[in-house]
Design a protein around this ligand. Sequence first.
Ligand code: ADP
Length: 394
Amino acid sequence: MLLKDETAFYKVCFNSMQVGILVFDSNKIIVMVNNPVAEIFGYNKNVLLGNNIDILFKSSEMIERFIENSVFEEFKSTKELIGIKKNKKEVFLELSFGKMKYEGEFYYKVLISDISKRKQKEVKISHLNVKLKEEVKLSNNELNRVIDQLKIALTKEKELNNLKTRFIALASHEFKTPLSAILSSTELMAKYCELQDIEKRNEHLEKVKIMISRLTRMLDDLLTLENIEAGNISPKFETFNFKELTNEILQNTKYLLKNNQSLEINNISEENIYYDRNIMNIILTNLLNNAVKYSEENSNIKVEIHTNESTIFFKVNDDGIGIPKNEQNLIFKRFFRAKNAIYYPGTGIGLNIVKGYVDSLNGKISFKSIQNEGTVFKVQLPKINNHEEKGIIN
Ligand code: ADP
């Protein structure tokens, strides 16, 4: 088909394109625009012609760069720019640059698409991305928190298992010694019975009793430890005669005394007291047993027990092996045994139990010790009134 008026046809084509076409000279003066450009910017086409392109863009700096050097790599692909509409509103544009020559003059053409809708979507997507990232971060934080908690629980579990293994190893070793001593003493007792040597037989009978009480103490400690682990340390308060209990403890301790070891006791209170008898027994027995165990023959152990209106005081003083200074900070740790104590029987749990009980009764325990000179342990326990029976131990 032959066109009647080719120019009119080109014009129709030019104006009916989907994209805007803007043509300007090297002075940025607009020489040609099609209908879509007018629609995008809200201007009348005629107003634009002869005007500077600066009125259409927030910044014409990119276009000036194109005029200066249109072969730049950057202009081979589409660019984004913010346009300014007649009503001063901004519009997101996508531009595609081109250059042509007409009658010896250079002209520049830009294909313009309104990408506002696409931009809005992109902004929305980037907001969603930020939100998503935050949510992922949050759930990661939550996950890390749970992982940390699990790690702590696992470490505790491992520690507990370690403690149990250590205790079993220690206890089985500690059980063997008194058991074999009991065995040999009973064999000797049988022999001395035959020989009718009553004195020697009684000597071994005493030894057996001592070993049995050592085993009993270890079992008691083990049970107490189990109870503490299981959180079963609620005290059972009752009224009892203080002197009766302390006499009982001192009696049992006397029986463990070494050759010429003496026990000096001061200020035993005669009063009736309202407390957990068993806990008090464990605290005092442990301190006294240690004083006896860690001091030598011919030594003196001093015990002070007294009360005032609000407090019960124990003080156990020995002149035994003492606790090395550099190990004193570990003394209440479970299974801790000082280097100078390894030749004495023990499991390293007694003081840990004592400290646990004293703390839970809101009491105080302290000690002073000099290696090879002696040790003094002091305990203060607040007296309990009958009506305070409940809620003392957490
Ligand atoms: P055990 O006596 O069974 O080892 P304890 O928990 O009663 O355990 O004591 C922990 C450690 O504290 C002991 O092994 C010992 O090193 C030290 N100790 C406690 N009491 C005394 C004391 N009176 N004299 C010297 N050392 C002591």
